[in-house]
Design a protein around this ligand. Structure first.
Ligand SMILES: NC(=O)CC[C@H](N)C(=O)O
Length: 308
């Protein structure tokens, strides 16, 4: 893998810039520049490539569900976390409410859909919401080494004002006993965690730790326990791309998590973390160009996990 090869993949996919739409159901996201495109690859063998708009900040959105799961597993352990959410792909859109009532028990399918992530968020420890949020920011700052990891106040306010679907999910889960504590507190933390500013280089760095079992491959610092990294990567593989996870697993073949601002954090176990940003998303909420770029990278460098 060299820089020219990655550049070639990016310029080939840049032509698809007019496919997909920038998310607008969170009004503030409409202000994103649809033309930004950046890819960072951070490899265990120290090869790193930053190509395109890798300094451009955007909100992490659903990629934060990975971080929330890591912290909830650290705080509460496997049994407690998976008493609140399942481990199965849902096959439904990320914000779906439809099966919450009929499922027995009423657990959301997995921690990568909104209902599951809100339930998980309520497990994150802290003296109050502010303290819990600070723990997430600190973890992300440590993992990425980036100071610009901070709240995007405008996106947070926009989500808080318009997040009625998420509010319905939280109150429904309160009624069934899945959500403990105050739904408004869980929602506030959830909205804040989704509204953290990152770059695609930050996403690649998160992926790098996960690709090496939660240990930084160069400093050897271990922040995420190997068992937690394994669980998180497995859930990303089965559910990280919402109801396109199966197709993504077949075509690309490594774990990834997308967000509606057009970011994708991908992990090639034992090899590298990849961060991509391109805001236009498809109907399922995944970056159109991001998916194509990852597919091309996987095929060109034979990174599919089941390639034998
Ligand atoms: N898919 C996403 O990135 C969704 C996250 C967004 N904050 C929401 O709750 O709708």
């Amino acid at each position: 893998m060299n820089r020219e090869e990655i550049e070639e993949i990016i310029s080939r996919n840049h032509k698809k810039i007019n496919s997909g739409e920038v998310a607008d159901y969170i009004p503030e996201l409409k202000n994103m520049d649809p033309t930004i495109l950046g890819v960072t690859i951070a490899s265990i063998n120290r090869d790193s490539f930053t190509i395109g708009d890798c300094d451009q900040r955007f909100t992490i959105q659903s990629i934060s569900k990975v971080i929330a799961l890591i912290v909830a597993l650290k705080d509460c352990g496997f049994d407690k976390v998976f008493s609140k959410v399942g481990m199965e792909a849902s096959g439904d859109p990320f914000n779906s409410i439809i099966k919450l009532e009929t499922l027995q028990p009423n657990k959301p399918f997995n921690p990568m859909i909104n209902a599951g992530a809100i339930a998980i968020t309520s497990l994150i420890k802290g003296q109050n919401g502010e303290a819990s949020f600070h723990r997430i920011i600190q973890l992300l700052q440590t993992i990425t080494g980036s100071r610009h990891i901070e709240l995007n106040e405008a996106v947070y306010q926009s989500e808080k004002e318009t997040g009625n679907r998420n509010r319905s999910l939280a109150y429904f889960m309160k009624s069934t006993g899945i959500l403990e504590g105050d739904p408004e507190e869980a929602l506030d933390l959830y909205f804040k965690i989704c509204s953290i500013n990152v770059t695609c280089s930050d996403l690649a760095k998160i992926g790098l730790w996960l690709s090496n079992g939660g240990q930084h491959p160069h400093s050897k610092e271990q922040i995420i326990e190997p068992e937690i990294a394994k669980i998180v990567l497995t859930i990303m593989m089965t559910s990280g791309m919402y109801n396109a996870s199966g197709e993504f697993a077949v075509q690309v073949g490594f774990p990834a998590k997308s967000g509606v601002s057009g970011g994708i954090m991908a992990v090639v176990p034992g090899k590298m973390g990849i961060g991509v940003i391109s805001p236009p998303i498809d109907k399922k909420g995944n970056s159109v160009i991001g998916v194509h770029v990852l597919e091309d990278i996987s095929k060109q460098f034979q990174l599919h996990q089941f390639h034998v």
